[in-house]
Design a protein around this ligand. Sequence first.
Ligand code: FAD
Length: 391
Amino acid sequence: MAEKLSDRALEIGANVERFVRDIIIPYEKDPRRDHHGAPLDALVYEMREKARAAGVLTPHILADGSHLTQLETAYVLRKSGLSPLGPLAVNTMAPDEGNMYLIGHVGSAEMKERFLKPLVEGRARSAFFMTEPAGENGAGSDPSMMKTSCKLDGNHWVINGRKAFITGAEGASVGIVMAKADEGACMFLVDLPDPAIRIEHVPNTIDSSMPGGHATVIIDNLRVPADQMLGVAGEGFKYAQIRLSPARLSHCMRWHGCCERAHEIASDYANRREAFGKQLIDHEGVGFMLAENLIDLKQAQLMIDWCASVLDTGSLGTVESSMTKVAVSEALMRIADRCVQVMGGTGVTDATIVEQIFREVRAFRIYDGPTEVHKWSLAKKIKRDWKATQG
Ligand SMILES: Cc1cc2nc3c(=O)[nH]c(=O)nc-3n(C[C@H](O)[C@H](O)[C@H](O)COP(=O)(O)OP(=O)(O)OC[C@H]3O[C@@H](n4cnc5c(N)ncnc54)[C@H](O)[C@@H]3O)c2cc1C
């Protein structure tokens, strides 16, 4: 395959990489980085001013509002991911990157001006409200179990329900809320904070790179003007599909960058550290782990680029992004785990960023579809395809 990257992608990617390595990596020692809440937000906006000054803010969206191709985006987002702080600094982070994509593709001109512009300018954060608490058997792996309801009342929709794991809800100023009407699933754009959307709690989680954490939220008689419905009633799951594949793939891109960095750090450790009379890398057990990292990194990158090229044809890429999400998240987990192992005790401390990368990648095997759910839907496709051959 090996499609040639455009000159503009190479240039933007090089600028982003330089910025992340020179300016952002030193922030990894900043005490504000380990919190989901306000301290991390303050750090984010500080880094963004530096990104703005360096001309690398929101690098995947061009000045005229158009997007880089997915293949180009893959290169640039991998560079932004060289630090877990990189995507926050240059505004390629989740969930904003996927939310910007969705509003850009489905939103009206007014919505783009009001909700998208501040996000692209890096002056606001957003949240995507789909999942619901497991204890209430709401939407999770199976979004069709959604219980949050919306009812038309005059010129407003009234929304009630509870949501869980809503990344960035605390501190966001734009929300995309999913709820069910008689017509089917609907999506709304809302201004945050709103007294009718209450943060119930923000659980402690394994990861720590996403400002606001992953909140459980109560939505109590939220009134949304009818013209803030994204698209039309009943099409909410269709719009979720538009967001799904690119958003899923962008996680693969960012975390690939992180694992490339973890591999650099582990390789450095293995070349400097000695045991039993030689450098660690000269022990086959260590050298082979790093060799396997190199192989996994390349395979993951090729899978990302392949899926990106499929999306660039205009396809929804549902099957391809499922395959890629499974392959890449599982490969990145293996890489992060090997990096920790190669570094011995140091690997499990916060002396390097490897420890955080390991935690972040673990969570990635669950969000945007757990591995098993993607495999299950691929198996269903295999069965469908088989049936189609049976006359
Ligand atoms: C860090 C993080 C951030 C998140 N951010 C957001 C967000 O911003 N907005 C949002 O709406 N949601 C968000 N989520 C929620 C995420 O999308 C869900 O966790 C995910 O869809 C799984 O749903 P669940 O947690 O309810 O797991 P469950 O549905 O309870 O599933 C549990 C496990 O069951 C297995 N399983 C389920 N179905 C099948 C199947 N068909 N075949 C085989 N095995 C199966 C899988 O192993 C799965 O991990 C986030 C989650 C995390 C962890």
